[in-house]
Design a protein around this ligand. Structure first.
Ligand code: PLP
Length: 264
């Protein structure tokens, strides 16, 4: 039995975004800010800027398994965060990895589109997540467009999507950034029937990496042993602050500022 002498370790299975707004860089920064250690395993490479994605390549299954096995053999993983998987095969690879981590909280960010709208996986990847991965997950964190794809309800409300998806997953956080309400309504649904709505001020602009920031923060909070509802509330609050303080380093979307300026 390993005796942990480090901050809680979160295994991140996500894609790489070369402009550093989303993907593994978002995971690492957000987890550092929670007081966790990120163990980043690459699932896919992307070509993109702050405007949109132009290409991506999913890594071979063996490479992802080898990365995850190296981490699991050495570190004591306290939570897992899933980001871009990119293919149905990668969904099954993640299931294989999770067999080595029974009982470890799993936060699934069902990434199918980049912030600029470009595809990061076919809708079939989302359906495979719903059918196979959701049962192994603690919570999924889709935004409303992702929830509509997963639920196959193109014009569905958050409530309608949740009703369709809750048989597959224990907890579902549907974020409201793409909603049409004046304020942002983030809705947490649980299979036991409980529901929480977290309202925050709508910020102007478009952001690149907000979903990654939220999901990895939540995985970090669960790794720290926090209870789910308060972990969700704190993660939403932290993510909102990273968007309020976001920077615009390029021509396109804003990038969340996940670490304080005086971090170093
Ligand atoms: N993961 C990767 C590798 C990405 O490139 C992106 C978006 O471009 C995402 C995830 C999703 O980003 P967001 O957090 O903006 O939904």
């Amino acid at each position: 039995m390993k005796t942990p002498t480090s901050r809680p370790v979160v295994l991140c299975l996500s894609g790489h975004d070369p402009v550093g707004g989303a993907g593994l860089q978002a995971d690492i920064e957000a987890l550092l800010a929670q007081g966790c250690h990120a163990a980043p395993a690459v699932t896919a490479l992307t070509v993109q800027d702050t405007v949109d994605v132009s290409d991506f390549r999913v890594l071979d299954r063996d490479w992802v398994l080898a990365q995850a096995n190296a981490i699991i053999d050495d570190l004591q993983v306290q939570a897992v965060k899933l980001g871009m998987l990119g293919s149905v095969e990668m969904v099954d690879t993640v299931l294989e990895i999770m067999q080595r981590l029974p009982g470890v909280p799993l936060v699934c960010d069902p990434v199918l589109r980049a912030g600029g709208g470009g595809a990061l996986g076919k809708d079939e990847v989302g359906y495979a997540m719903r059918e196979r991965l959701f049962a192994a997950s603690t919570i999924a964190t889709p935004n409303l467009p992702e929830a509509r794809i997963l639920a196959e309800l193109p014009n569905g409300s958050a409530d309608e999507c949740a009703e369709k998806l809750l048989p597959y997953i224990r907890h579902l956080l549907i974020t409201g950034g793409h909603g049409d309400e004046q304020e942002v309504h983030n809705r947490l649904y649980s299979r036991d029937g409980s529901q929480h709505t977290f309202v925050c001020q709508r910020l102007p602009g478009n952001y690149h990496g907000s979903g990654c920031t939220l999901a990895s923060t939540l995985a970090g909070r669960l790794a720290l042993g926090q209870e789910l509802v308060s972990a969700v509330e704190l993660s939403l609050d932290y993510t909102w602050r990273t968007l309020r303080d976001a920077e615009q380093p390029g021509r396109g979307q804003y990038i969340p500022r996940r670490l304080p300026l005086d971090f170093c």
